[in-house]
Design a protein around this ligand. Structure first.
Ligand code: SF4
Ligand code: SF4
Length: 373
């Protein structure tokens, strides 16, 4: 990859202008309701300048603003998932005509060119997994595909991991290595810019970029290296499939079930979870029915309802299903684990259940490690 160039902080607006000229609506991080979330970015003044996030199991806080940086935080509750896999959408509708014949029509997904600014390495890794799930094989998902085609990604290399991050141990961060159109390293006075695609290079060509100095490149590298060093959490291995399936009756499943509320927060914030349910919404007069898909969670009773019985009737079996699928049988389906180490399920779990701590206990016989508990 070519040497990065430098975009002064005062010229950040030129990036938004170039993306707007290319037809994209810019989405970027903003402070909202005590968190950093993605929303339409009208200008650099919308960015969370100076914000730092403090995360720990079951806890998320934004510190008082300090300093010029706009991306000196780890991640918020959203990843890229809601922009591609809509939380709720209609897939098709059926309509009864005057002669009582029923006609079916696909509902074309609403989609527009979006440029997401601030994607992290873990979220790009999760996107790659979602691409495999929704786009590969004989039945590509039209709604996901339409949105994916129109997505432009501006990645930011992570320099401020949260206490809950463990992307180093899953091999997915903190540096964004591929899957982006542009990648930025944030420095106090601006950004080092690298293009990762032809689309990215075309946008970069419109920016007032300067040659980067060796000291700037060294500083950026040091910060990414320090971010990797800072991560204290980890999984005991990249492939836990056999260890987890050897421990399906471990007493820890019962212990974690006593704490778990089965609320599904962990699956909502997880950037790789794709479980959904489908239902039909008929009109009262019976002439029209719309088929709707919405996010679901393996923590709900209904998700395992089949032919009159709930297969996973208790929290123990639901938590076990989530963990053994995410870290175990994903290897059979997708050739790797379904966890990219973003830590969101730890932060946003209301009772602070920590996937790394649970796995450490459940797989302790195989890996010889135990949680700090
Ligand atoms: S399981 Fe947790 S840490 Fe892993 S990708 Fe999902 S939310 Fe992130
Ligand atoms: S692990 Fe936490 S977030 Fe997930 S369902 Fe249980 S209580 Fe909710």
């Amino acid at each position: 990859m070519a040497e990065p160039t430098f975009l002064p902080r005062a010229s950040f607006q030129t990036l938004l202008d170039a993306l707007a000229r290319a037809g994209y609506r810019c989405i970027g991080p903003q402070r909202r309701d005590g968190a950093i979330v993605y929303d339409t970015l009208r200008g650099p003044e919308d960015l969370p300048q100076g914000a730092r996030d403090i995360q720990s199991p079951g806890r998320y806080r934004i510190e008082r603003p300090d300093g010029p940086r706009c991306f000196a935080w780890a991640n918020g509750p959203q990843a890229l998932k809601p922009f591609l896999f809509a939380p709720r959408e209609s897939l098709w509708r059926s309509e009864r005509d005057a002669g009582s014949a029923i006609n079916f029509a696909e509902v074309r997904p609403a989609s527009e060119p979006l440029a997401v600014i601030g994607a992290r390495a873990c979220d790009l890794a999760a996107l790659k997994l979602q691409d495999r799930h929704f786009l590969e094989g004989p039945f590509a998902d039209a709604a996901y595909g339409a949105r994916r085609e129109q997505l432009f990604l501006v990645a930011i290399h992570c320099t401020h991991p949260a206490d809950t991050c463990f992307c180093v141990s899953t091999g997915d961060g903190p540096r964004a290595t591929d899957g982006f159109d542009l990648a930025l390293s944030e420095l106090d006075d601006g950004f080092l810019v690298q293009a990762g695609s032809e689309k990215g290079a075309a946008v970069a060509a419109q920016l007032p970029l300067e040659k980067s100095a060796p000291a700037q490149r060294d500083a950026a590298e040091r910060e990414i290296g320090a971010a990797a060093q800072k991560q204290a959490r980890r999984l005991p291995g990249r492939n836990l499939r056999d260890a987890l399936f050897a421990n399906l009756e471990h007493p820890r499943w019962e212990e974690v079930a006593a704490r778990c509320l089965s609320c599904g927060n962990c699956t909502s914030v997880c950037p790789t979870c794709f479980c959904h349910s489908e239902s039909d919404r008929p009109s009262l007069d019976g002439t029209v029915s719309v088929h709707v898909r919405e996010w679901d969670s393996c923590f709900t009773q209904g998700h395992s309802y089949i032919h009159g019985i709930v297969i996973r009737a208790d929290t123990r079996t639901r938590y076990r299903q989530w963990l053994t699928h995410k870290l175990g049988s994903w290897h059979d389906q997708y050739g790797r684990s379904g966890c990219v180490g973003c830590g969101r399920c730890i932060t946003w779990c209301p009772v602070g259940i920590d996937i790394t701590a649970e796995v450490a206990v459940i797989c302790s016989a195989e890996f010889g490690v135990r949680s700090a508990e």
